[in-house]
Ligand binder design. Structure first.
Ligand SMILES: Cc1cc2nc3c(=O)[nH]c(=O)nc-3n(C[C@H](O)[C@H](O)[C@H](O)COP(=O)(O)OP(=O)(O)OC[C@H]3O[C@@H](n4cnc5c(N)ncnc54)[C@H](O)[C@@H]3O)c2cc1C
Length: 416
């Protein structure tokens, strides 16, 4: 049977796995990295809108600014629109929250399929041993200094792999969380979502009279993540470039959610009931559709002193309202890299264990802090007056606490 051995094995080559592989090759060029992906090629995924922690991670840590500026859209912040009770307000009459200047710190709207294809290629050029079409199974975690073991491939052709570190980046397949019983369900915040890509969506920057465009001082609403907010749910519009826009609905399951929304007819009929968003879709063609029944979950543990860890949706997911998903990936990847650095520097085992304990505690704290922005609040989401107050607290908190901390690398400073 063929056999591979790596210093670090990454299970899954989606967003989290690819970004981590790049970071590890740049930080530890002497370590071997193997990455295993069950699919042969990339496909459309949600998780397109990034915020500034991720922007800083992609630019400063991973050196991707030129690539992102050339191949994806520079984002113009988050934007929120509010309707009348009958959901029939024309777009130009809606109340609006959003920036009127271009953001100082960059973030991006990502075409995920394009990004993952490009990152896989960059990683291979950087020396990552990428195995596509290789589903991972039978993971045996080590609890001593011997390597972790798993198999990749099909039933008929299996390859045995060993690695010193093992990182699960398998997204919602969550190989380790399922095997080790790590998942913690979220019972007080149950959301479902449906989304699709559309071609030929009306460009919101070309709509309405000059006064409507000047309300945002000539900045682009099109490149913002646009949220149309309603009690118990919201609708996103995210431009992906090349005349494609991602549109999705996120809804509390105990509200108006019905499984029929997961089919194209149900999705379009529901959108049709909302005058302003539907007005942008008059000429549009739905290209594909996806959905999840349960968005939010936590994990008992992110990292283990036995040299394994989780990143991205293999670990946890909170709520997409403020697009924090990739911020969690940035934090988890930074903390994992820090742990491997400790080991490489020959720090004592108690020191490494202390770092891992603190890193786990920090991620649990970040998960809970994030959940408090959303839990029990969806019923308020239709109110401009209340969301304006919430924005006035949430946005400065994000910039002054989380972004500022990340940009100074304080999350990697144990004393802090
Ligand atoms: C409705 C919704 C909207 C969202 N919006 C945003 C947003 O605007 N901004 C944001 O930052 N985040 C958003 N997110 C979160 C975002 O989607 C995730 O953070 C991101 O996609 C997670 O990336 P990942 O690499 O962990 O998982 P994935 O991208 O799913 O990658 C996992 C990879 O592992 C592979 N894999 C699975 N099982 C195996 C196996 N056994 N063997 C080998 N490979 C395997 C899969 O094929 C896949 O390629 C949203 C999430 C949802 C649900």
């Amino acid at each position: 049977m063929p056999h591979h051995h790596y210093d670090i094995a990454i299970l899954g080559a989606g967003l989290a796995g690819n970004l981590l592989a790049r970071q590890l090759r740049q930080t530890f060029p002497h370590l071997t990295v193997g990455m295993f992906e069950k699919r042969e090629s990339t496909s459309y995924k949600v998780g397109e809108s990034t915020v500034e922690v991720t922007g800083d991670y992609l630019i400063r840590r991973l050196g991707l600014e030129t690539y992102l500026t050339e191949h994806h859209l520079v984002k113009n912040g988050l934007r929120f629109f509010f309707d009348q009770e009958n959901r029939q307000a024309p777009l130009i009459d809606m109340s609006e929250i959003g920036g009127i200047e271009r953001p100082f710190f960059k973030s991006y709207q990502l075409d995920r399929s394009r990004l993952e294809t490009d990152l896989q290629k960059m990683n291979q050029e950087d020396g990552v041993d990428l195995h596509l079409g290789c589903a991972v199974s039978d993971v045996q975690l080590s609890s001593n200094s011997s390597p972790h073991q798993f198999f990749v491939g099909t039933k008929t052709k299996k390859t045995h792999v060993q690695s010193r570190w093992l990182i699960d980046a398998s997204g919602r397949s969550s190989i380790l969380a399922r095997q080790e019983n790590l998942r913690t369900p979220e019972s007080h915040h149950t959301l479902a979502a449906v989304w699709g890509r559309f071609r030929n969506v009306t460009n919101i920057d070309k709509v309405g009279p000059e006064a409507f465009r000047q309300r945002v001082h000539g900045t682009s609403r099109y490149t913002s993540t646009n949220h149309f907010c309603y009690p118990g749910y919201w609708i996103w519009f995210i431009a992906l470039g090349q005349n494609i826009v991602s549109v999705g609905i996120v809804m509390e399951r105990q509200g108006s959610w019905q499984d029929s929304l997961r089919k194209a007819d149900g999705f379009l009929n529901f959108l049709k009931q909302h005058h302003a968003p539907w007005s942008l879709l008059q000429e549009a063609e739905l290209l594909d559709i996806g959905s999840f029944q349960h968005l939010t979950y936590g994990t008992r543990q992110y990292f283990s002193p036995n040299r394994w860890g989780l990143t991205g949706e293999a670990a946890a997911f909170t709520d997409p309202f403020y697009s924090p998903g990739s911020d969690f990936i940035a934090l988890e990847n930074d903390l994992l890299t820090n742990m491997i650095r400790y080991e490489e520097e020959g720090k004592s085992i108690p020191k490494l264990h202390q770092l891992i304990d603190r890193s786990n505690a920090y991620m649990h704290f970040r998960y809970e802090a994030s959940m408090r922005l959303y839990r029990n609040l969806y019923s308020l989401f239709g109110s401009y007056e209340l969301l304006k107050l919430k924005w006035q607290l949430d946005f400065p908190s994000y910039y002054h606490i989380w972004l500022s901390e990340f940009m100074q690398d304080l999350h990697l400073n144990e004393e802090f």
